[in-house]
Design a protein around this ligand. Structure first.
Ligand code: EPZ
Length: 389
């Protein structure tokens, strides 16, 4: 669903006031996929973000036979008793990365799954070899032909899995496929992101037996059945971090509501290094900044390191920081496509492979730019807010 959105931004104003952070996108897509595995009862899920990926996925699970009723803004009740097919071959799946979770959910539910090869932001190659390695370790045969991934197993049997690379998607996908497999599955070198923990907590609310989510070793003991539950999606760490960066870049005094400050420790640390004042309370964060940000060095890493999804918004604020910043993209090999757009606004950035060298200038200038991916869009909006004109 690629709607072309357009914003005209008059830059140069400080930011004041408060914003409520939505539910986490990267938890929601895993949780909505997991809900179709329910064998008995319904799943009530609230605090879902109001975004295309959620709407698309709800549309898809409806087409698969689930009954999804929206009882309130951001709240759905899902009855997946009508999901009979192990296939999800809808073109909409090409528009989002999170669709690959249907592979793990359908394989876990039916022992068979066929999905359209996933899409997602153009930030690198984005292979799924670790997902496939995990499914094979559970006894599934996986083939890809004509743009469709097919996984099937006579019986899914738990076992040890070691990920060669820390992968959020593969970690969640294997948790889905393993939660009803026979025996115990261990995932070593697992991703520790908050949204991985959230999907594990949701599955446990459905009666799964998952321990260690949030550490690099997750243990899943297969259960016979998954039942309905009521669950609230965690606040979006990346959305909160984006607002924090915008507030520090524009200057002013902004309070974010419905956040988990612990999930933002790396962002808080870097913004304080740049001169922002950040006040934490139990579920709010206040950002005050009235000085020109100072240049810093940054490397994106798996959680709890600095999140790759905030690298792009950070290059916007660093474009006007005092001094030279070195930004190293430790996760994706193609995540600097927004830099060319920032250069149209006067930014002084040199990209060499996974490193961007940013010499801060006093002011960006307004220009007509386009977003190459989701987080590039966020970065360019921040750039527009702080630009002259
Ligand atoms: C998830 O993508 C997020 N998307 C991304 O957010 C996020 O940037 C990323 O995790 C890292 O945190 C969703 O959750 C829907 P990975 P994912 O598997 O699962 C390589 C956003 O803006 N890899 O953790 O695709 C991969 O190429 C999006 O919200 C393999 O080599 O990321 C990358 O270099 C963008 N083989 C690294 O691992 C695999 O089988 C981490 O990728 C899988 C991944």
């Amino acid at each position: 669903m690629n709607k072309v959105g357009k914003f005209v931004i008059e830059g140069g104003r400080k930011l004041y006031g408060s914003a409520r952070v939505s539910g986490a996108k990267n938890a929601a897509v895993g949780i909505l996929s997991a809900a179709i595995m329910c064998d008995d009862g319904t799943c009530t899920i609230d605090n879902l973000p109001d975004i295309d990926d959620v709407k698309t996925l709800i549309g898809i699970i409806r087409q698969m036979g689930a009954n999804v009723t929206e009882t309130d803004r951001g709240t759905v009740v899902i009855d997946s008793s009508g999901v009979k097919s192990n296939k999800a071959l809808f073109d909409e799946l090409k528009s989002m990365r999170g669709s690959y979770y249907l592979l793990g959910a359908l394989l876990g539910k039916f022992g068979q799954a066929e999905i359209i090869y996933p899409g997602g932001c153009n930030i690198g190659v984005r292979p799924i070899d670790q997902h496939i390695k995990g499914f094979q370790a559970l006894g599934a045969e996986v083939i890809t032909e004509h743009g469709v991934i097919k996984a099937s197993a006579d019986k899914l049997v738990g076992g040890p899995i070691y990920f060669d690379i820390v992968s959020v998607g593969a970690t969640i996908n294997i948790m889905l496929a393993a939660c009803k497999a026979e025996g115990v599955t261990t995932i070593d070198n697992a991703a520790k992101e908050p949204h991985v923990v959230d999907v594990a907590n949701f599955l446990n609310s459905m009666g799964a037996n998952i321990k260690g989510a949030g550490t690099d070793m997750i243990r899943i003991k297969g259960v016979k059945e998954l039942h309905g539950c009521t669950y609230s999606v965690i606040p979006d760490q990346i959305e909160a971090g984006t607002f924090m960066i915008a507030a520090a870049a524009a200057g002013g005094d902004v309070t974010l509501l419905n956040v988990i400050p612990k999930h933002l420790e790396s962002v808080t640390a870097k913004l304080e290094e740049m001169g922002a004042e950040i006040i934490e309370e139990s579920d709010t964060l206040r950002i005050k900044c009235d000085c020109r940000p100072k240049a810093i060095n940054l490397k994106t890493l798996p959680y709890p390191g600095f999140p790759t999804d905030l690298q792009q918004p950070m290059t916007s604020i660093l474009s006007i920081a005092e001094g030279r910043s070195i930004v190293t993209e430790g996760i994706f090999e193609g995540r600097f496509k927004h830099v060319d757009e920032l250069k149209r606004m006067g930014a002084n950035i040199k990209v060499e492979g996974r490193v961007a060298i940013i010499d801060g200038i006093k002011k960006l200038s307004g220009a007509s730019v386009s977003a190459t991916d989701l987080r590039a869009g966020a970065a360019l909006i921040i750039a527009g807010i702080i630009a002259e004109g």
